[in-house]
Design a protein around this ligand. Structure first.
Ligand SMILES: Cc1cc2nc3c(=O)[nH]c(=O)nc-3n(C[C@H](O)[C@H](O)[C@H](O)COP(=O)(O)OP(=O)(O)OC[C@H]3O[C@@H](n4cnc5c(N)ncnc54)[C@H](O)[C@@H]3O)c2cc1C
Ligand code: SF4
Ligand code: SF4
Length: 429
């Protein structure tokens, strides 16, 4: 019999690692801090370079995780203690109360329809509203409602309980308490991914000050048919379609004062965004401001060539010095220096999208050694790129370094093999 493996983080990297382990017969505990697995990929509209629908690829994998007999999914949970060593880790997981009985909830959404309390929806980057009882997104796995205690009228004002009245299965349980689950595992795979840096740390770009400046993830939700505008690209200031969009690369990346790292996928993500903008609004004028265009993956150079030739997207090699707003029209004026000619220029555009840098996220309870670049130290980056310096602890996906989905999936498979060896090998049934 093999011993179980713990996977922390239910984005594409953690999902793939769990499936690869479970398919070999290894028992997996997959711990995700949010109410659903899916990670950032669940927020993407289409994926470069094929422009396949992201959820069409991701949702079947999420469902496989939920149905797999060898995977125990612990959502809305966090690892709070790790003791022991490789082959014999003792782990405590805190399962936060959803105030909804997961066994009884059938995901009908009746409670959500009736709930009177509205709050900004973090899944849509605050560009729409959700209720105090909610599903993280429509394809959430598990599709179980969660009560956001901070915004629920019962917890804040001792009134309401409307959800309880309308739930057909009596699943609402305001008395639910946090639960501590103890696990024994042979190895741990960290797949906790990343967060975008806050572009307000580079105030010259005007994010947070000018309504028509967006982050790349906001734009991703804006073009998505499940997003806040149903896929309509509209300006925050006047709900009108922009006639021009400027995409700015390397915002809060490759800058020694803020973050020296390259975010690896941002170049292709912006090329994708410009193509999607042209697909949604064929007349829109798209310009990408870049320092170096990193098109290293399979089909990526071709994707970038298509953007120029087929879609007429313009590329300007320059790092904008500042962005200002025309207070009357809410258009943006970009000042930049052309790196080929050295000339100082300005460009007016109706929308700006910032390709913001990323920072990795790690579970605090695991004493990982973090390097100066902010990423976890690897045992040997050349020949053991998924092993941390802690025996039996592996790291995959963007938590191991900025990368795209295919590379995250490759790393997940690699870590699954390493973890299964420590777990006692593959079980043949
Ligand atoms: C705007 C944008 C567009 C992109 N477009 C593309 C594209 O078209 N194609 C492509 O290949 N790549 C694209 N990417 C990159 C892609 O998002 C990443 O490669 C991929 O999401 C990495 O997956 P991950 O599992 O490593 O991390 P994540 O997706 O960040 O998943 C990490 C998961 O871990 C959870 N977690 C974090 N901390 C904890 C904890 N302590 N305990 C438990 N759970 C935790 C998180 O809630 C999350 O669910 C894009 C990125 C951006 C920002
Ligand atoms: S009790 Fe809370 S979650 Fe339930 S309907 Fe009222 S506000 Fe919404
Ligand atoms: S809590 Fe009840 S009403 Fe809400 S989704 Fe679940 S079963 Fe439906």
């Amino acid at each position: 019999m093999s011993k179980p493996v713990l996977v922390i983080g239910g984005g594409i990297a953690g999902i793939q690692a769990s499936l690869d382990l479970a398919d070999q017969g290894v028992k997996v505990y997959l711990v995700e801090k949010l109410p659903s697995i899916g990670g950032k990929m669940a927020r993407l509209d289409k994926t470069f370079p094929t422009l396949d629908c992201a959820s069409c690829i991701l949702t079947p994998k999420m469902v496989s995780v939920a149905r797999h007999p060898n995977i125990e999914l612990l959502t809305y949970s966090e690892v709070v203690e790790v003791k022991g060593s490789a082959g014999d880790f003792h782990v405590k997981v805190l399962k936060k109360p959803r105030y909804v009985d997961e066994d009884k909830c059938i995901g009908c959404g009746e409670c959500i329809t009736k709930c009177p309390s509205k709050v900004p929806d973090e899944f849509n980057m605050g560009m729409s509203q959700r209720k105090a009882i909610y599903f993280l997104f429509p394809q959430a796995v598990p599709l179980k409602a969660t009560i956001d205690r901070e915004h629920c009228l019962y917890f804040t004002k001792n009134i309401c309980r409307v959800c309880e009245r309308f739930c057909p299965t009596k699943a609402i349980n305001f008395e639910q308490k946090p639960e501590t689950i103890e696990l024994k595992v042979a190895s741990i795979i960290i797949a906790t991914g990343y967060e975008l840096l806050d572009p307000r740390i580079a105030p010259t770009y005007g994010y947070g000050k000018y309504p028509n400046v967006y982050t790349s993830l906001e734009f991703e939700r804006l073009v998505s048919s499940t997003g806040p505008t149903g896929g309509e690209i509209m300006r925050r200031s006047d709900n009108k379609h922009p006639r021009s969009i400027a995409f700015i690369q390397c915002v809060c990346s490759r800058d020694v004062k803020i973050n020296p790292n390259c975010s690896a996928f941002c170049c292709m993500a912006s090329v994708k965004h410009a193509i999607l903008a042209k697909e949604h609004l064929p007349e829109v004028d798209c310009t990408i401001f870049y320092m170096d265009l990193r098109a290293f993956g399979k089909g990526y150079q071709e994707f970038y060539n298509r953007a120029m030739r087929e879609f007429g997207i313009k590329f300007i090699r320059a790092k904008p010095a500042k962005i200002e707003e025309d207070p009357e029209t809410k258009d943006l004026i970009i000042t930049y220096e052309d790196t080929f000619t050295g000339a100082k220029k300005t460009m007016r555009t109706e929308m700006v999208v910032l390709a913001v840098g990323v920072k990795p996220v790690y579970p605090e309870v695991i004493p990982l050694t973090i390097g100066e670049d902010g990423y976890v130290h690897l045992k040997n980056p050349h020949i053991e790129p998924v092993a941390t310096t802690m025996d039996g602890v592996y790291v995959v996906g963007v938590a191991a370094g900025a990368k795209d989905i295919p590379d995250s999936v490759i790393q997940a498979g690699s870590a699954a093999i390493k973890a299964s060896i420590l777990a006692g090998g593959v079980v043949h049934e």
